[in-house]
Design a protein around this ligand. Structure first.
Ligand code: C2E
Ligand code: CA
Ligand code: CA
Length: 757
């Protein structure tokens, strides 16, 4: 589960990383795409402009050459004026004026718009703005572009000069024409796709004068001085201009560049060179503008990225949450008992695992086991049993402190871990709790009571590990059951009993084959003192156990360990064979009482095996008495009633042993074909000195008589007891007063002595 949890976020992070990568890559590629598009647009623009300007100039050159030759030959200022005015009128938006100058600088004729200059008798060789281009044009075949200037308030003009030569190639005049600087603006603005922020410059390469600067606006001053030489060199080097490069390499070829301007801003530009008219045309845009556009585009990506990732995150969160919920549910299910909702054995185990460092204060571990809970299930059904268990859990929770922890170990076993203050306080609480859970239960209109036993182990006295504590509490719980008290604290000697039981179990497994088990027989007599029969009592002698082990010590262990079927059938076999032989030899018939433990009794195949054994021994069925105890009623009642009835039908009698000490209800007794009640020794012991014991014996006798049963008192040790019992109506006796249990040979002597003679 943790792996999935980790994986789910791993997948998320992988997708996240991939999408970040995708974002970066697509942003970069978008950047490149945009840059390419930008460059392409700049390049195609500048090529278009370059073509327009160049063809305009070529056309101008042709016109000036033709008209110049024509008017120079006549040398008539009036004719010139007429011709020039006609020319100017053809395109007044373009042409600002025309003039012809003799090679010595004197003006030969002008258009009307420049009449003033004619009247002032200006000499172009003496004019600052004109001299340079004038002299230069005399040396050139081609047309030459002059410096931009403002001849009149009408606006800035750009002069063009063309040397006029006769057929012999001799220079005869210089034709000048001026066109409005705004003409350029017209060319540039005709393209709508031009960014507003674009900066367009035309720079004359010969002397680095600006011919046009879209940034200049109304300020004509910038056209009066050449560009800073270093700035011009920097401009060339951004174009990749080498020391040995000539202008031809750049002629008509747009070159893109990125440069840093003097003010630190970066410019993204493209430049093209016109070799014939010797100027650079450059178009620049602020790089930050471009970046802003890229940013806007990338912003869209980032926004989609964020939206995508938020959705993705929410989706994963949803999956994770539902996974987590499921995990917690499973965890809860694994650690809780579904029936009662209490933490289960798993939880206790986890507590144990965490218990590396036990708390620094004393604790009490209370182990509760309900008595005869199986009876509830058998008598009233499992649904009823479940409801009772839920009710038990509820009562436990209601009767413990908030901070105490309660667990259901399974079945009818509960464990409580609480703070331990003192033996008295814990005992009081425990008794209170047991009283609460043994109070009347009402289910489906039926009221009944349930017994409970609690064993308490204290930390650290009775165990330091949770395992040890659980064992100690379990041991003391069994001690409580044994002593028939509600609550019992663990004591060290109980541990000895526990360990001894383990040893018993181990050695008992080989007891039958090692011939360590044998039988003794205790005579039973009628109230007139005549011998009626024997009770068969098993004995186990083992050296490792220190000799004789009493049956009430090893029989419960054999029961628990599942050894009872084997030992039980040995007891049957041995008793029946010894006694039937004795009966045959002595020609006597007396009853034979055999103790049958609960497990042995309920073991399937018990009855057929018993019948087979009786047949083999040749003993009469009617002489056999099976002694069973009330604890048998903890088991499935229906099965027991059937079994007892079947036994009874074979003529075998049933004796209820230890009667009055258990929990049997009188109504049950009524349903069963019981032939004999054995009054328990514990009552007989006190019959002389304890009125309540005497009363108990008397009521048992009354009940038995009422049901038509024989009454037998066991543990009779003296004549007074026998006398009192006789007077109370008891039918027969068994006890040391009459005889101790005897070995088969001693029994023979006893019978020889008492019966035969
Ligand atoms: P129980 O069936 O109540 O047996 C009577 C016990 O009382 C016997 O102890 C017997 O020796 C003892 N007893 C009889 N008269 C007197 C008396 O006057 N004074 C005293 N102090 N004791 C007397 P035992 O043989 O030690 O058996 C103890 C218990 O072990 C039995 O109680 C019975 O529950 C069980 N047990 C004995 N033998 C067998 C057996 O073969 N099979 C099974 N399943 N249980 C057996
Ligand atoms: Ca008995
Ligand atoms: Ca008994």
């Amino acid at each position: 589960m943790a792996l999935l949890k980790r994986n789910i976020w791993l997948i998320y992070y992988l997708i996240l990383a991939t999408s970040v990568l995708l974002l970066v890559v697509s942003s970069i590629s978008r950047w490149h795409d945009m840059e390419d598009t930008y460059r392409m647009r700049q390049t195609s623009l500048i090529e278009q402009w370059y073509g327009n300007i160049n063809s305009l100039l070529v056309q101008q050159e042709t016109i000036m050459d033709v008209v110049g030759r024509k008017v120079a030959e006549k040398a008539d200022p009036d004719a010139m004026q007429k011709e020039f005015d006609r020319l100017e009128a053809m395109n007044p938006d373009l042409f600002a004026g025309f003039g012809l100058t003799w090679p010595n600088g004197e003006i030969a004729g002008v258009s009307s718009s420049l009449k003033e200059a004619m009247q002032m008798r200006l000499n172009l060789t003496q004019l600052d703005a004109a001299r340079d281009s004038f002299l230069y044009s005399m040396m050139q075949e081609k047309m030459v572009i002059g410096r931009a200037y403002q001849p009149t308030s009408a606006g800035m003009v750009v002069p063009l000069r063309k040397a006029i030569r006769n057929d012999n190639g001799d220079l005869i005049a210089i034709m000048s024409g001026a066109f409005w600087l705004d003409t350029f603006r017209g060319i540039f603005t005709c393209d709508r796709s031009l960014p507003e922020c674009a900066d367009i410059k035309i720079i004359r390469s010969r002397d680095h004068y600006l011919l046009f600067d879209s940034d200049a606006g109304d300020d004509p001053d910038i056209y009066h001085y050449p560009m800073d030489e270093r700035a011009y060199q920097r401009f060339l080097s951004t174009l990749g201009w080498g020391v040995n490069d000539g202008y031809q390499a750049f002629s008509g070829v747009p070159v893109s560049y990125l440069r840093e301007a003097a003010d630190g801003t970066r410019k993204m530009g493209v430049a093209i060179y016109d070799e014939r008219y010797e100027f650079w045309l450059a178009l620049e845009v602020d790089f930050s503008r471009f970046i802003a556009q890229v940013r806007n585009n990338v912003m869209v990506y980032i926004a989609s990225f964020i939206v995508f990732n938020i959705c993705l995150y929410l989706l994963f969160r949803l999956i994770y949450n539902s996974e987590e919920k499921r995990r917690l549910e499973l965890l809860y299910q694994a650690n809780h008992d579904t029936l009662t909702g209490l933490p289960n054995r798993n939880s206790l185990q986890q507590l144990y695992d965490r218990w590396r460092e036990p708390p620094g204060y004393p604790l009490a571990l209370q182990f509760i086991d309900m008595n005869n809970f199986k009876g509830v299930n058998d008598s009233f059904g499992h649904e009823c049993g479940d409801r009772v268990l839920r009710e038990i859990a509820r009562r436990i929770k209601n009767n413990i402190e908030e901070r105490d922890q309660v667990f259901r170990l399974g079945g009818d076993e509960f464990v409580i871990i609480s703070r331990y203050y003192s033996e008295k306080a814990t005992l009081d609480d425990a008794r209170h709790l047991v009283a609460a859970i043994t109070d009347t239960y009402s289910v489906d209109g039926r009221n009944f009571m349930l017994g409970a036993s609690m064993g308490i182990a204290r930390f650290p006295k009775d165990g330091r590990s949770l395992d040890q504590l659980l064992r100690s509490a379990d041991i003391s719980m069994y001690e409580a059951k044994r002593q028939r008290i509600p609550v019992c604290f663990f004591e060290d000697h109980m541990q000895d009993v526990y360990l001894r039981n383990i040893a018993i179990e181990h050695l008992l497994r080989t007891a039958v084959v090692n011939d360590e088990i044998f039988m003794m027989y205790q005579p039973q007599v009628a109230n007139d003192g005549s011998f009626t029969g024997v009770e068969c009592l098993v004995r186990w002698e083992n050296e490792a156990m220190g000799g004789m082990v009493p049956p009430d010590q090893f029989i419960p262990v054999a029961e628990q360990a599942g050894l009872m079927p084997d030992i039980g059938s040995f007891i049957l076999q041995r008793s029946l064979s010894e006694l039937s032989e004795l009966q045959k030899n002595m020609d006597l018939a007396f009853s034979v009482s055999i103790n049958i433990s609960v497990r042995q009794f309920l073991h399937e195949g018990f009855l057929p095996a018993l019948l087979l054994e009786i047949k083999r021994s040749g003993m009469n069925h009617v002489l056999i008495v099976l002694e069973i105890t009330e604890s048998i009623f903890i088991e499935d009642m229906q099965q027991i009633i059937q079994l007892i009835s079947a036994i009874h039908e074979k003529g075998i009698r049933i004796s209820m042993d230890d009667f009055g000490t258990g929990y049997s209800s009188l109504s049950l007794l009524h349903k069963l074909p019981v032939d004999e009640l054995k009054i328990d020794k514990s009552f007989v012991d006190h019959i002389l000195d304890d009125a309540s014991a005497r009363q108990m014996v008397q009521s048992i006798i009354a009940i038995g008589k009422n049901q038509g049963m024989t009454l037998l008192a066991e543990g009779v040790e003296n004549e007074q007891q026998a006398q009192l019992l006789r007077e109370s109506g008891c039918d027969s006796f068994q006890g040391y007063y009459f005889s101790r249990p005897l070995m088969i040979d001693d029994l023979k002597d006893y019978l020889q002595d008492k019966v035969v003679s």
